[in-house]
Design a protein around this ligand. Structure first.
Ligand SMILES: [Zn+2]
Length: 119
């Protein structure tokens, strides 16, 4: 997913930059304000595209996670956690209430650290 972005966004950025260069060559006497609006127009398109891609990517990630059931990743190294079922966790809430919550528990095969993924 990240590689897709790199390739797509790189292309997008190059389009913007070469577009600005071409525009500048065609408008050698442009004022600062004119340059600014030419720049804004192109950056605005790039911004919209990046926003859409990013929003779609997080929706896709959410879907993969719920379809696969598990798919939790270690927050420090990114490896998929080995799920070890549910374990009881004690949480202290506001006003010092102790809550006993059964939560999913996973262990990172690389860091050997245990996590209670959220959700
Ligand atoms: Zn890890």
């Amino acid at each position: 997913m990240r590689d897709d972005f790199d390739a797509k966004w790189h292309e997008l950025a190059e389009e913007v930059m070469s577009g600005i260069k071409e525009w500048r060559i065609k408008h050698p006497r442009a004022t600062l304000r004119e340059i600014e609006s030419a720049l804004d127009e192109r950056l605005g398109k790039m911004r919209a595209r990046m926003l859409a891609d990013t929003a779609l990517a997080s929706a896709a990630a959410e879907m993969t996670r719920s379809e696969g059931g598990e798919g939790w990743r270690c927050p420090s190294c990114g490896k998929e956690l080995e799920m070890r079922g549910r374990q009881e966790r004690l949480l202290t809430s506001q006003y010092n209430q102790t809550l006993r919550i059964k939560r999913r528990y996973g262990v990172c095969p690389q860091c050997e650290a245990g996590f209670f993924p959220s959700g």
